[in-house]
Write a protein that binds this ligand. Structure first.
Ligand code: SF4
Length: 400
């Protein structure tokens, strides 16, 4: 049985209601348990749970140190392409946004990767929009094969594929797959995804299972907070994680805690996850899943990221650029617009994102980052806070 069947039978609305009505005593009981049910998780993320945030924080902190030690793993996203055939209302790369686009050549990908390597990174996340013409499977395979000799860990965040399509990517040297469900609320999901293959909710929901079957041994999941009710999303991702831990148990699982950031298209979040609630959520995830990696990206500001380290976060991006060529300017000469899969020459003033006087600086990014510190500055801050920054946390030799 896939997670879709299990997901369809979850009493999510009832769990959200139960969460809202939780008493402090029930939240305290849940926080003290060694094995938690989804109902216990609902109690941890409840308004009453917010009232005992210090207690949650102490437990989450102790569990994180016990299971992971005092380390923060660092990774960098490398955007290969911002071409996309989907329209996702909240994303700057949406097909109908008149943005500056580019797909990096293999040489340009290498230049970008070399720049990241020089900054210390050994853990890479290759990111691309979904566009079979520009981001073909062969292109992805070639990118991975090119980088694999020098990069111990290469994860992908690209359009979902069939298991058989994933296999060559694993064989080429990719070990991880990240796929955000964006929203676990079917109605909101349908409203947010107005065109393209991403409209298929179930296909996306089953992606981690297909990736696991193809041999990926690191899986990353998350909703995008700011679309549906955050408690419903949190309960859903907890159920999803629980399913993957039972059924894809050879894989290391990470859960990201991603909130919507400003982007092209000017999307305004539909719901709000406050900073305090984000802290509560991270604590709840840690208490429910002692061994799962928790990721916090540069979407969050430095102060908040620094504060969350002690609560349960184990992995962070640093110095991230969200446009292809962002680290070196690679690909700048061929930046263009794309309409219906056809490349169009740039015209000055054709959109607010178009170049001035015909000169583009960079392709358009997916969203604006909030933590603009360099990787070295982030690493230094991690050390100041008593943690060790880890640049390389995996080696193919470990699974040989
Ligand atoms: S979220 Fe992904 S699929 Fe949707 S528009 Fe952005 S890049 Fe494309």
């Amino acid at each position: 049985m896939s997670f879709v069947a299990e997901f369809n039978s979850l009493p999510l609305d009832a769990l959200v209601k139960k969460s809202l009505a939780t008493s402090t005593a029930v939240a305290r009981d849940a926080a003290a348990k060694s094995r938690l049910s989804l109902a216990d998780f609902a109690a941890l993320i409840s308004p009453a749970g917010s009232g005992i945030l210090e207690t949650l924080g102490r437990r989450a902190h102790a569990m994180t140190q016990q299971r992971f030690g005092k380390v923060i793993r660092l990774f960098a996203p490398l955007y290969l392409s911002n071409e996309c055939i989907n329209n996702c209302t909240y994303c700057g790369f949406s097909r109908d946004n008149p943005i500056l686009r580019v797909t990096l050549s293999l040489d340009e990908v290498k230049r970008e990767a070399d720049a990241l390597k020089a900054q210390g990174f050994r853990n890479l996340l290759l990111v691309a929009g979904e566009h079979p013409k520009f981001v073909s499977n062969n292109y992805l395979r070639d990118c991975i094969a090119l980088l694999h000799p020098e990069w111990p860990s290469i994860s992908l965040e690209v359009g979902p594929m069939e298991t058989e399509e994933y296999r060559p990517l694993v064989a080429a040297g990719s070990d991880g797959l990240v796929v955000y469900q964006e929203s676990y609320d079917r109605k909101i999901y349908a409203e947010m995804h107005t065109a393209g293959p991403k409209r298929n909710f179930d296909w996306r929901l089953e992606t981690p299972e297909r990736a696991y079957a193809a041999g990926f041994r690191r899986l990353g999941i998350s909703p995008l907070y700011g679309l549906a009710d955050w408690r419903l999303e949190a309960l859903s991702v907890a159920a999803h994680a629980d399913y993957l831990l039972r059924n894809c148990w050879k894989a290391a699982l990470t859960i990201s805690t991603v909130r919507i950031r400003p982007c092209a298209g000017e999307f305004e979040p539909l719901t709000h996850l406050a900073d305090r609630e984000l802290a509560q959520l991270i604590c709840a995830l840690r208490i429910m899943f002692p061994d799962v990696g928790i990721v916090l990206s540069t979407r969050e500001n430095p102060k908040l990221r620094d504060g969350m380290m002690s609560l349960g976060v184990t992995m962070m991006s640093a110095g991230a650029k969200t446009e292809p060529g962002g680290y070196t300017g690679a690909g700048r000469e061929k930046i263009h617009h794309t309409e219906r899969g056809i490349i169009k020459e740039l015209a000055s003033g054709s959109s607010e994102w178009a170049p001035v006087d015909g000169h583009a600086t960079n392709a358009t990014g997916q969203f604006n980052v909030a933590d603009e510190r360099s990787p070295a500055e982030v690493a230094e801050r991690i050390r100041e806070l008593g943690y060790e920054p880890v640049w390389k946390d995996w080696d193919a030799a470990l699974t040989a």
